[in-house]
Design a protein around this ligand. Structure first.
Ligand code: ADP
Ligand code: MG
Length: 260
């Protein structure tokens, strides 16, 4: 395994759509080191989300890994059973999505949803799980955590709901957090707060992060390294400063020029 927590090699993903076999991910390679924060940037439709869903073992039914490997520690995600995937998901690899597409259920309290995540993987009492949930809400900077734990998602702002999603994702102390456009739908000031939070958590919890976004500015805020995706391929990989100084691919050059 070396120092790589995750290593994706020659990943090819196809989708079957209207009787057609579409090649959506076309030979993607990248790695994430332990404790590192990797950005994946690329325009809409370039294959960022499909790549991350592949890593989670969560491709939709019409999608299939055709070729390649996704090595996470000593396991190849591509070959794992549903049961093994369920054991890894949440506990070792967690994922957050764009608010408001995040999966907070409107009919359950914030606390009960975090408690359920904890109790799915850990044999703890409801009371212990609730205490842990409150601790996680405090960790992600939610004020009045003792009350918020009993509130419903609609009682919170979008930024607060995204913090709750992060608390939920962090509640089992995953080694890898995949954040797919986590701040895209948020106001700029809230965006900055969420990015600061992720940076803080990465340091304090020694966690690796994959941050997916179409916004290179967001990546440069918190990432050590970045891969650029274009049309289902990785067209560039660099340390963040090197990317700004010496972009190679025309798409990357355009992306940098478009930053105000
Ligand atoms: P990104 O996240 O970079 O915007 P996606 O990974 O969501 O892009 O999509 C990559 C490509 O895969 C797009 O062309 C998209 O239309 C296609 N795609 C995504 N999901 C499906 C699906 N369930 N069926 C067919 N095509 C899909
Ligand atoms: Mg996407």
């Amino acid at each position: 395994m070396g120092q790589h927590l995750l290593e994706v090699k020659e990943l090819h993903v196809n989708f079957n759509s209207n009787e057609q076999d579409l090649n959506v991910i076309d030979g993607v390679n990248f790695y994430v080191k332990k404790g590192e924060s990797l950005g994946i940037v690329g325009e809409s439709g370039s294959g960022k989300s499909v790549t991350s869903l592949s890593v989670m073992g969560l491709l939709p039914l019409n999608g299939k890994v055709k070729y390649g490997s996704i090595q996470f520690k000593d396991k190849n995600i591509v070959n794992l059973s549903k049961k093994d995937l369920r054991n890894i998901r949440g506990k070792e690899i967690a994922m957050i999505f764009q608010e408001p597409m995040t999966s907070l259920n409107p009919v359950y309290t914030v606390g009960s949803q975090i408690i359920e995540v904890i109790r799915t993987h850990k044999k703890v009492s409801k009371k212990e799980a609730k205490e842990h949930a409150i601790k996680m809400l405090k960790l992600v900077g939610i004020p009045r955590a003792e009350q918020v734990v009993d509130e419903y998602p609609h009682q919170l702002s979008g930024g607060m709901r995204q913090r709750v999603m992060i608390a939920m994702a962090m509640s089992l102390h995953p080694e890898l957090l995949i954040a797919d456009e986590p701040t895209t739908a948020l106001d700029v000031t809230i965006q900055a707060q969420i990015l600061d939070l992720m940076k803080k958590l990465q340091r304090e919890m020694e966690m690796s992060i994959i941050l997916i976004t179409h916004d290179l500015g967001v990546v440069s805020e918190i990432c050590d390294r970045v891969v650029v995706m274009y049309a289902g391929q990785v067209v560039e990989e660099a340390e963040i400063d090197d990317l700004f100084d010496h972009p190679k691919h025309p798409y990357t050059i355009g992306l940098i020029e478009s930053i105000p």
